[in-house]
Write a protein that binds this ligand. Sequence first.
Ligand code: SAH
Length: 242
Amino acid sequence: MSLARIRIVLVEPQHPGNIGAVARAMKNMGLSSLVLVAPRAFPADEAIARAAGADDILACAQVVGSVAEAVAPCVQVLATSARLRKIPWPVADPEQAAHSLWAHAAAGQEVALLFGAERSGLANEDVDFAQGLVQIPVDPAFASLNLAAAVQVLCYEIRKQSLGPRPAVPDHEPAPQEELNGFLAHLEAVLIEIGFLNAAHPRKLMRRLVRLFRRATPDQNEIHILRGILTAVQTGRPPQNT
Ligand code: SAH
């Protein structure tokens, strides 16, 4: 079932009631894959109560310790945000985001939508795991929606896509995040080794590079080539032709 390939990731949700309301919002729209990153309280009776019958989604919810783990197998990750960020990320509206997520899911690929905590939203460190932002075009004078209401809007747009004509297969399959993140860690290590990056303050430059490579959505072959280049830099030898 393609809708099951679209995971809803809640990063450090504070209120178990909202987790239940999110499960309900998802189930209404046919989504089933819920991932919780370090929830404050879960499992919880209040979550089950607010799920109002969607407790099967809570029972199957995956609890993980980091955003990286939550999105490891995903080829596309989009972060929802009420605010625009200082570093300019590509911003989609819910319909555009749903269109793209659905095209990947219908082609058999895993994708994720990130949602932030009730009080503070997503930290920039969380957004670093995404290829772009999704913003619901609310009244800017009162821009922040309740967490479950935001999930509802996105899931509704995804449902509409799933009821429409079958989307074209995306023209390329990006590498899963775990491979891209492996490459980015390797890149950071090499840049430190060659003195290009100050190990004490790697973040600013690395964030720009992370954004560049996420935007580029390299596929697995491209990741292998890039890692081959890094290994050649480290060993001082050209890659062996195999
Ligand atoms: N106070 C926080 C918002 C938290 S609302 C802030 O100012 O950033 C909880 C989550 O709901 C957000 O992290 C985001 O994932 C989602 N959300 C709320 N309003 C949204 C909007 N207008 N567009 C997209 N996502 C939104």
